[in-house]
Design a protein around this ligand. Sequence first.
Ligand SMILES: [Zn+2]
Length: 184
Amino acid sequence: MIWRMIILLTLLFLKIKMKKINIYNYELSIDGNIVLNDNVYYYSRIIVSFFKKYNSIHIKKYRLTEIREEQQKFRKYLIENKKHKCIICDKTLPLCLLETAHIKPRFLLKFNEINDINIVELMCRYCHKLYDDGLLSICDGFLQVSNILNKYDLNYNENKFIYSYTLYNKKYFNFHYKYIYRYN
Ligand SMILES: [Zn+2]
């Protein structure tokens, strides 16, 4: 009983602390998004470390379970409704090589975006990693390839049309292109 009280008080304290803390103008909103003071979302190492630092172990565990269930739901949806191929390189692959990819990083989603089925697509491991790192992106439906990838043996067809780009997921691709894509 006492331990439960202590844990609850600690969580409450951390919650209050999270609301007050500001590092380089970033702040953590109540629904878990990290927002710049001017309301422009921004992705960087600072945000990631901030997020990790101020999420207590208890909150992390809870969120991970929650995320796992959500991921399973999205994956089931993709497997049942989409072609089993990577939306970026168009390769048809076994499901063990196709990952459930968030078009906009999960931890930057607004509250009403978290359960939107249009937030995910199937990507192969290679493309998913490069997309998450901002080395590949989609602008107005066309593939963008960072100059950083020029020196590697990757045959990406720049400006190839991505058929999974729709009116419904457009805003998430736009977010990625605007804030995460690294041209060079
Ligand atoms: Zn791929």
